[in-house]
Design a protein around this ligand. Structure first.
Ligand code: DMJ
Length: 449
């Protein structure tokens, strides 16, 4: 599947950001500020891990010869960080090839002006040429987004480590300080914060979109520090406790889910994005106190089961963008606009963690169901495509092979069926785009072979 996805991207869209597999051309979009080759950089480590040697060399050659960082345009700080910086850092740590390191550092420098705000909380959008930055037009009152400024820590610590320049680490340490200072309603972290005042702008809390990877980076910061960053661990433990108290619910049919919270009122909806949390909670459970460990493993298993239900209840056996638990609905989309599946990874991501941490064979079975469904409904003549409605067996394709399909979905599926020592969870943490970063700078050769 990876070879097919890569070969078609290479044939029809090399150098563009994504492949359009129906029309057999490339897509550039406006997320990466003029940067190109998002699929190349996102795919590098997956190709390498899968031992697709020739394809990896093709990707590396493109980075060496054609990856131009002198661009002008509006980029998402978050997306550039998780896909490009994360992808380059992982490729560097896996191979030791200097080109990946130098590109990661050069790009990292270009992101720094986004932090020039009164609080040091970065704005979401940056022009990579001029360094001008601003907030997303759709974010209330010029706010910055929790899942965006809260998803820089892992990569920025590595940028400081590799460059010897503390500036990157200082930027993310300051974000922590601001977050620790501000009062949390019921212990929860709302999704919108003002980079000017350092106060919350709205009380919307979600473990799905807008909030998700902030929580993920707390527990992973602690793991990546070889369990020394106790501040991150405490923030994670406290946040999870508040989430469990206020957001975790059980449906009439017995399915556990994590609702969204709007100023105290619950929206009984779970996004596909929120399905990463089964894996995250399992990963954290490993390191919870003895009395909490089983409790969190059970919670992780229940959430993963609910996400699996959102897949099995559809005609394609792929899950919708969001599913609800209200008015008699259980784990299904109720709105037409939420029925699509765009090759997202979060559900197989949780299967991978649950498999590695429990070895219950059902997670491999569930992963195989996804493989079959992808082959049946998403494989088209020239690549893989998202679908517009998971509740029909003759779905319309959206003509987009997302770069995270190669970075994450296929990598997590591969790891689900590998031995546990391939990118062992003891030695590596995955950034939120599934790019592996070493724990405490463990040498790759010692742990992956
Ligand atoms: C990816 O870019 C990352 O996983 C991110 O954290 C959330 N969205 C996509 C995949 O769904």
């Amino acid at each position: 599947m990876m070879k097919f996805a890569w070969d078609n991207y290479k044939q029809y869209a090399l150098g563009k950001n994504e492949l359009r597999p129906l029309t057999k051309n490339g897509h550039i979009g406006n997320m990466f500020g003029g940067l190109r080759g998002a699929t190349v950089v996102d795919a590098l480590d997956t190709l390498y891990i899968m031992e697709l040697e020739e394809e990896f060399q093709e990707a590396k050659k493109w980075v060496e010869k054609s990856f131009d960082l002198n661009v002008n345009g509006e980029a998402s700080l978050f997306e550039v960080n998780i896909r490009y910086i994360g992808g380059l850092l992982a490729a560097y740590y896996l191979t030791g090839e200097e080109v990946f390191k130098s590109k990661a550092l050069e790009l990292g420098e270009k992101l720094l002006p986004a932090f020039n705000t009164p609080t040091g909380i970065p704005r979401g959008v940056i022009n990579l040429g001029s360094g001008m930055s601003w907030s997303w037009g759709w974010a209330s009152a010029g706010s910055s987004i929790l899942a965006e400024f809260g998803t820089l820590h892992l990569e920025f610590l590595h940028l400081s480590e590799l460059s010897g320049n503390p500036v990157f680490a200082e930027k993310v340490t300051n974000i922590r300080k601001v977050l620790n200072r501000v009062e949390k309603p019921q212990g929860l972290y709302p999704n919108f914060l003002s980079p000017v005042t350092g106060n919350w702008v709205q009380h919307h809390v979600s473990i799905g979109g807008l909030g998700d990877s902030f929580y993920e980076y707390l527990i992973k910061s602690w793991l990546m520090s070889d369990k020394k960053d106790s501040e991150a661990k405490k923030m994670y433990d406290d946040a999870l406790e508040a989430i469990e108290k206020h957001l975790v619910k059980k449906s009439a049919g017995g399915l556990t889910y994590i609702a969204e919270w709007r100023g105290g009122i619950l929206d009984h909806k779970m996004g596909h994005l929120a399905c990463f949390s089964g894996g995250m909670i399992a990963l954290g459970a490993e390191h919870a106190g003895e009395e909490r460990k089983q409790h969190y493993m059970d919670l992780a298993a229940e959430i993963t089961n609910t996400c699996h239900e959102s897949y099995t209840r559809s005609d394609t056996k792929l899950g919708p963008e969001a599913f609800r638990f209200d008015a008699g609905t259980e784990a299904m989309a109720t709105r037409l606009s939420e029925r699509y599946y765009i090759l997202r990874p979060e559900v197989v991501e949780s299967y991978m963690y649950m498999w590695r941490l429990t070895h219950d064979p059902k997670y491999r079975q569930w992963g195989w169901e996804v493989v079959k469904a992808l082959e049946k409904h998403c494989r088209v003549e020239a690549g893989f495509s998202g679908i517009r409605d998971v509740y029909t067996t003759t779905p319309t394709h959206d003509n987009m092979q997302q770069s995270f399909f190669l970075a994450e979905t296929l990598k997590y599926l591969y790891l689900l069926f590998c031995e546990d020592d391939v990118l062992s969870l003891d030695d590596w943490v995955f950034n939120t785009e599934a790019h592996p970063l070493p724990v405490n700078h463990t040498n790759f050769k010692a742990s992956v072979q």
